[in-house]
Design a protein around this ligand. Structure first.
Ligand code: TXA
Ligand code: MG
Length: 351
């Protein structure tokens, strides 16, 4: 019998700030067993966890995040063996699991009946992931439960990469947070759907597409988001996160020159999401967030969401950005995807 009283008062919870020692993990596990909501670090971004087989607890996640109920959740598990409790681990899934788990890869597989419709938005498939972060792993082991966990942000805000981001959005709306410092990857997991042929990439993320294709020995169908915002797959809105301040993304061969010209001639309060190599020429900006350099996408990935939150808080009229890495390979693909989704306007210097 699961007691879910904690989930019934979603917007006025006392949020316990916990460390990551053994006692903290035990306290968080007890809250989850009782149907409560706990934010915890993963190697990608912070997740907001609830007992995945307790429908009332899962509904609490949607209320706390103000997330639409038709956007399905990822179920996190301690090991590949536990994944088989909630999903059908087919041959391709097994191959990717051996190669990439624990790690920043999510697989969409046929679901088992134990998974409530609340988790999957009524779909016949379920998204599953075995996270690599030691705190996430310790929590999953301590509670012995599958944990449904979306990113621990309010719907429409950037995913949280620090405990402070989680608290800025969800303090008073969740039961506890395990503060494990800044997350390592900084972007969400790669999502691959393996329920049909061919396998499909639903979201670029922490594991590069090339590495998945190499492991499978076949290419993935890349599902692109429609420009008009229509949903192609559940939760795949064209604009997922958009800052309150309009973000203008400059693309193409002349992007760097155009970005510098736009910022140099602007009369409004302008912010820039910038690369180290552009910094000196952007002195006219009211606020600059430097995230990394073109050749080191892993560095920019770690900083991106924190930088977007800082820019959004700086009371600017407009934010400019160019791509942060080669969008056709590695983590650059996920970086470009997140920037396109954050932008209200695109200036393409080649068209
Ligand atoms: O790195 C991550 O994946 C983080 C950490 C916490 O694990 N989680 C995360 O969850 O980014 P969330 O809820 O923000 O994004 C999950 C997305 C959904 O928006 C949806 O697009 C997709 O996963 N998804 C979940 N279940 C699915 C399903 N059955 N079929 C297709 N897509 C699904
Ligand atoms: Mg999210």
């Amino acid at each position: 019998m699961i007691i879910s009283h904690m989930a019934s008062i979603p917007t006025c919870r006392h949020t316990r700030r916990l460390g990551v020692d053994e006692a903290a993990i035990a306290e968080a596990a007890a809250i989850l067993e009782a149907g409560g909501l706990v934010a915890f670090p993963t190697e990608t971004v912070y997740g907001l966890g609830a007992h995945a087989l307790d429908a009332t607890a899962v509904r609490g996640i949607f209320e706390a995040k103000r997330r639409p109920a038709d956007d399905p959740l990822i179920v996190h598990l301690a090991s590949v063996e536990r994944v088989a409790d909630v999903a059908d681990v087919n041959a391709l899934a097994h191959r990717l699991a051996v190669r990439f788990w624990p790690g920043p890869l999510t697989l969409v597989l046929d679901k088992r009946d134990v998974v409530p419709a609340e988790v999957t938005a009524g779909l016949g498939s379920v998204a599953v992931r075995v996270p690599a972060h030691p705190v996430a792993h310790a929590l999953l082991e301590a509670c012995g439960l599958p944990l449904a966990a979306p990113s621990a942000n309010l719907f429409g805000r950037p995913s949280p990469t620090r405990a402070e981001h989680v608290l800025a959005d969800l303090d008073g709306r969740i039961d506890a947070i395990l503060d494990g410092g800044a997350t390592d990857v900084g972007l969400e997991s790669t999502i691959v759907e393996l329920t049909g042929e061919p396998p499909r990439l639903l979201r670029a993320g922490g594991v590069p597409l090339e590495a998945i294709e190499a492991a499978l020995g076949t290419s993935l169908e890349v599902v692109s988001r429609s420009v008009d915002g229509a949903q192609l797959a559940p939760g795949m809105l064209a604009t997922h996160y958009a800052p309150r301040t309009p973000l203008v993304l400059v693309l193409g061969q002349a992007a760097r020159d155009r970005l510098i010209a736009e910022v140099g001639s602007a009369h409004a309060r302008v912010g820039v999401l910038a690369l180290e190599e552009d910094r000196a020429e952007l002195a006219n900006a009211a606020h600059i967030e430097v995230v990394g350099t073109w050749t080191k996408p892993d560095v920019s990935a770690k900083r991106l969401f924190d930088a977007l939150r800082n820019l959004d808080a700086a009371r600017l009229d407009v934010i400019y950005a160019r791509l942060l890495a080669d969008p056709s390979k590695g983590l650059g693909r996920a970086l470009a995807d997140r920037l396109r989704r954050a932008s209200q306007q695109v200036i393409d210097t080649e068209h």
